[in-house]
Design a protein around this ligand. Structure first.
Ligand code: NAD
Length: 350
């Protein structure tokens, strides 16, 4: 049976790495019927909206999608399509494995961490009020002098429901993947109600997984610990904002964004995408590293139960990186995006 999978190339350098990823995934022998749909800046110019309706329709129908990065205009313009997709499809778990590969220049070796980030609430809920709006004035009044007049306000919602399911996801992932420890990361000493609820809920969930060690860290301390002793950590579970920041920190530990894959997973829909953005300055140059999106494809194959193909593809990627002959600029080579993908295919077929 062929899998029907939605492919969103994205914008900026997205289409280049998406094309390479599609080619590589086809070369694994797993039969995929691709449904290609457009979202992002180019779609906005063509269709008048950065997220045409057929994108969500296609993902809802196929239940599996892989996407290239999509630019988010800073300050004004449309809101993040990436955040919108995760919210609309209730892809509540953002999974970001960070693993060292031989051949990637980094200050660290043997990193093997997994970030599980809550994807639907926190300061990313999109509940914001501009300065001087009637809503922000009301909240300023409610704050009884704690918020300065004229402030713009973003709301940080954290619920027991969303925390329970993300922490369960982290523990179940740990169990399924033979991981030993889950660390909950918050700033509960300062945000006693929001992060406090996250922590309290995490503790309750942890009681049901006595086979897996559970511990807690404050996010500032976590940053320092990850830089000094990353080997002490295994699976980290975090609210949305800290998860976003710590993911990039961990991508830095393994040598950069070019090799960091990701997945957004909901109850029955999953969307796979690299951690990095659209790197617009390199658009059209066939220059950036396709590995992060290809490794997102490995996560997708694994999710589909195509364990063999996933393993073989990861090995092919690891071999190409270790040889350092046909790799992109960020890995110290001069290969084009498409040439690195072709080399991965050559290794797959060996
Ligand atoms: P970015 O990840 O696009 O690029 C930062 C730098 O990292 C690049 O200039 C480049 O030097 C390097 N880099 C990134 N991807 C690379 C790759 N595949 N190979 C080699 N080097 C790579 O981050 P940014 O410049 O902050 O963001 C650009 C746009 O992407 C923004 O609009 C941002 O909102 C968006 N973004 C989208 C997603 C997503 O689609 N999920 C994620 C992050 C950022």
């Amino acid at each position: 049976m062929n899998y029907k999978i939605t492919l969103i190339p994205g914008d900026g350098t997205g289409p280049e790495i998406a094309e390479s990823t599609k080619k590589v995934l086809d070369a694994t022998g797993v039969k995929i019927d691709w449904e290609i749909v457009e979202a992002g800046i180019d779609a906005a110019e063509k269709y008048g909206t950065p997220l045409p309706e057929n994108v969500l329709e296609s993902i809802r129908k196929n239940k599996i999608a892989i996407k290239g990065p999509i630019t988010t205009p800073i300050g004004s313009g449309f809101r993040s399509i990436n955040v919108l997709l995760r919210k609309e499809l209730d892809l509540y778990a953002c999974l970001r494995p960070c693993k060292s590969y031989i051949g990637v220049k980094s200050k660290y070796a043997n990193i093997d961490l997994v970030i599980v980030r809550e994807n639907t609430e926190d300061l990313y809920a999109g509940v914001e009020f501009p300065a001087e709006s009637s809503e922000s004035k009301k909240i300023i009044e409610l704050s009884a002098g704690k918020i300065r007049n004229g402030s713009a306000i973003s709301i940080k919602p954290i619920s027991r429901f969303a925390t329970e399911r993300i922490v369960k996801f982290a523990f179940q992932y740990a169990r399924k993947n033979k991981r030993k420890k889950v660390t909950a990361v918050t700033k509960a000493n300062i945000m006693k109600f929001t992060d406090g609820l996250f922590l309290e809920t995490a503790r309750e969930v942890a009681k049901n997984y006595s086979d897996i060690e559970y511990e807690e860290r404050l996010v500032d301390n976590m940053c320092m610990q990850l830089v000094q002793k990353p080997e002490l950590y295994d699976v980290l579970v975090l609210p949305n904002l800290y998860g976003d920041i710590i993911s990039d920190l961990c991508a830095g530990l393994i040598g950069g964004l070019g090799i960091a894959p990701g997945a957004n997973i909901g109850k029955d829909i999953a969307l796979f995408e690299p951690v990095h953005g659209s790197a617009p300055k390199y658009k059209g140059l066939n220059k950036v590293n396709p590995t992060a999106m290809i490794l997102s494809g490995v996560l997708m194959l694994d999710y589909l139960g195509e364990k063999n193909a996933a393993k073989k593809l990861e090995k092919a990627v690891a071999n190409v990186i270790a040889e350092k002959k046909v790799v992109t600029y960020d890995l110290g080579g001069a290969a084009k995006t498409s040439e690195m993908a072709d080399e991965i295919i050559r290794k797959l077929k060996m």
